[in-house]
Design a protein around this ligand. Structure first.
Ligand code: FAD
Length: 430
């Protein structure tokens, strides 16, 4: 098989790229290949599939019509085992070979599993794919599970715990750090979320990890590093996702934490591009490249990659870590730098409404917003994010930023107009 454009990964990044390619080149042969056997779906919705609140149909991101209408050939349920850049070729794990003119790696992330004894037992899961959600759901429907342990108090860990407790399980979350959602929230917001999840029946153990999975063939419990034993028939490891860059590394592409790309999503080897969770994307705050494993960054970087693959030059203007969650209906949004160190010399504006359980924190550096946490009152997140992305000088309106009635109208005219300036860099035809 031979294609002008070959995309590995049928998710946010791959779809963004395919759409961009087709907006420029309507005819060039284009294939999307994925080891997942289904059309693209909303990965963040797998918790809804687990609980039964959504069916696969509710989660479809691009239906089969999308591929047909855009003349995209789908090679689904197929895994790429090897890249051979010198021959513009990839080899599938069954030995089949596919050649390309332009290749995109949109291979996403791989769940990280820390070393511990007993990992070969049945009943241990990760939670990043529809298959994971279906397997866990099937198990809960077939067996009396009773107790579950989730390792990891990050976003995916807490979402998993919420789903499991909703399904009637007794759930314990074990987190190595001293608080949940530590990279995303400050201690105060983290404590507020912890209070909500505990009030909803989840037991949270912080400052601990699992050293051993117990049981003969199947999981019967886990051993913590303080010697405690937690009984469970279901153990979900959700400690984070690492860029899935193994294929790229083995093929000699430059890989740091993720696949290294320039602003056009070109890797270190000609005609190979990378985007999304597998790559290191530009962080517009720091100006450095790093993994930014969120859906919008994957889609946007995919669009940039696709445009460039189709010879319509575009540059990625950067993303930023941003997370929005509604655990048990409790809304929280955080983005950018939320835990500045003293040495960074940031200014922090904050406001707490104890009665409503609302909290707002805005981090400034050099009179520009560099991060924020919004708990309960999340409506104004878009304004703050816009000001941050445009690097607007907010020295004249700091008080307004933290007020309950923050709105565009409460900002000085100069700030408003700066905010609306186009941030997307124009096509650069070089
Ligand atoms: C439970 C959960 C909740 C989330 N919630 C949010 C959220 O609220 N907001 C947000 O912005 N983001 C969220 N995310 C993150 C978001 O889903 C990812 O950032 C996004 O899916 C990344 O898209 P991607 O295209 O880079 O890669 P992925 O979505 O990971 O897709 C990569 C695809 O490539 C395939 N692949 C990999 N290697 C090969 C190979 N060798 N051969 C063939 N196919 C291969 C994979 O099987 C996969 O289908 C969540 C993720 C999870 C798991």
């Amino acid at each position: 098989m031979a294609y002008k454009y070959l995309i590995i990964g049928n998710s946010a990044g791959g779809i963004g790229a395919a759409e961009a390619i087709r907006s420029v080149d309507a005819e060039g042969s284009l294939a999307i290949l994925s080891d997942e056997p289904c059309v693209a779906y909303s990965r963040p919705m797998i918790t809804n599939l687990l609980t039964g609140q959504a069916s696969f149909n509710n989660m479809v991101y691009r239906s089969s019509d999308f591929y047909t209408e855009n003349r995209i050939e789908t090679l689904l349920g197929k895994k790429v085992a090897k890249l051979q850049p010198s021959e513009n070729k990839v080899t599938l794990d069954g030995g089949e070979e596919i050649t390309y003119e332009k290749l995109l790696l949109a291979t996403g992330g791989t769940p990280f599993i820390p070393k511990m004894n007993g990992l070969q037992k049945k009943g241990i899961h990760t939670f990043t794919t529809i298959k994971d959600a279906e397997e866990i759901r099937g198990k809960i429907q077939q067996q009396e599970i009773g107790e579950a342990v989730v390792l990891g108090g990050g976003l995916i860990g807490l979402l998993t715990a919420e789903a499991l407790v909703t399904m009637g399980l007794k759930v314990t979350v074990v987190e190595l750090l001293d608080r949940v959602l530590a990279p995303l929230l400050d201690p105060k917001a983290s404590a507020m979320v912890r209070e909500v999840v505990e009030r909803n029946g989840i037991q949270v153990v912080t400052g601990r990890t699992v050293t051993e999975v117990l049981g003969k063939d199947e999981v019967t419990g886990v051993q913590l590093d303080d010697g405690r034993w937690l009984p469970c028939k279901l153990f979900v490891v959700a400690v984070g996702v690492a860029p899935n860059a193994g294929l790229a590394r083995e093929a000699g592409l430059k890989v740091n934490r993720g696949i290294a790309v320039n602003s056009r999503m070109e890797t270190s080897i000609p005609n190979i591009y990378a985007c999304g969770d597998c790559a290191e994307l530009l962080d517009f705050l720091s100006g450095n490249n790093r993994p930014i494993p969120i859906w919008p960054a994957a889609y946007m970087s995919g669009m940039v990659a696709g445009s460039n693959m189709a010879k319509s030059p575009k540059e990625y203007d950067g993303g930023v870590g941003m997370n929005s969650m509604h655990l048990f209906g409790f809304p929280v949004i955080s983005f950018g730098k939320v835990n500045p160190t003293d040495a960074e010399g940031c200014e922090v504006l904050s406001k707490t409404d104890e009665v409503r359980g609302a909290y707002r924190k805005i981090v400034l550096s050099g009179n520009q917003i560099v991060g924020a946490i919004l708990v309960e009152d999340i409506d104004r997140a878009g304004i703050l994010l816009g000001l941050m992305r445009r690097k607007v000088d907010v020295s004249g309106c700091k008080e307004a930023l933290i007020q309950d009635d923050l709105g565009l109208i409460s900002l000085p005219r100069a700030v408003r107009s700066r905010m609306f300036e186009m941030s997307v860099k124009k096509n650069v035809a070089k």
